[in-house]
Design a protein around this ligand. Structure first.
Ligand code: ACK
Length: 222
């Protein structure tokens, strides 16, 4: 009996190829290293951490876990709603194992997570589950009105005790603020792009040059 008929994976998604994983990790490290030395970051530190710390080492603060990927459908081995329907979609079967170029358009940091925003192309959106943003509505109400693909991200690290699915919620919160017309407070033009502050310890770096990342559409059984 083929494996796919016995069980469903933990999740489907795009898995970055090894070379580009290193590059993205380095870019993220460079960003964190710079961010926590900025006067603007220090000024907003009380928003970032509740503890009365004078400094935070962001590289230590976030723990990286596992291979870099962009989740399309979290299946939880079939227990998640819509898991089987997703796995059975003809497009999912057809594109399983194919190579893609993901466009990483921004990096973001919150007191909970650090991640990269993935801007999906029309082709890539065919693999995006219709209800991905709706699922986030209990936590981020404005997600109901954001376009499909808004939640697409790569988790680069989580603070202690934070689950990786938080990264997508943190991204949706920032995009919801942008949609309401909040541009964020432009803090600094960095080499990588422009850095804006969205309050409550939320930082967004819009990359001047999006990072193009080769990735394979596949699944993880874990
Ligand atoms: O960083 P992520 O996208 O967030 O990648 C991991 C991956 O699945 C394995 O845990 C994501 N994940 C976990 N739970 C959920 C969920 N309920 N909905 C969507 N994604 C999830 C997690």
């Amino acid at each position: 009996v083929p494996l796919e008929e016995t069980s469903l994976p933990l999740f489907f998604g795009w898995f970055l190829l090894p070379g580009i994983q290193d590059k993205v990790r380095c870019t993220s490290m460079d960003f964190l290293k710079t961010l926590d030395t900025l006067e603007a970051f220090k000024k907003h530190l009380p928003d970032f951490t509740v503890e009365a710390e004078k400094e935070v080492d962001l590289e230590q603060y976030f723990q990286a876990n596992g291979a870099l990927h962009c989740t399309t459908k979290f299946c939880d081995y079939g227990k998640a709603e819509g898991a089987k329907e997703y796995a059975d979609k003809p497009i999912v079967k057809e594109l399983y194992g194919s190579a893609f170029e993901l466009s990483l358009s921004a990096l973001f940091v919150t007191p909970r997570t650090v991640g990269a925003r993935v801007s999906l192309s029309e082709d890539q959106l065919t693999l995006w589950p219709a209800d991905a943003e709706k699922e986030a509505v209990p936590l981020v109400p404005a997600a109901a009105t954001l376009p499909a693909g808004s939640r697409a991200h790569i988790t680069l690290g989580c603070a202690e005790g934070v689950e990786p699915q938080q990264t997508g919620f943190d991204l949706l919160e920032i995009l919801a603020l942008q949609q309401e017309g909040q541009e964020g407070e432009l803090v600094e033009e960095m080499e990588l792009g422009s850095l804006a502050y969205y309050g409550k310890g939320r930082w967004l770096l819009s990359l001047r040059e999006p990072v193009s990342a080769q990735a394979c559409f596949s699944s993880l059984y874990g």
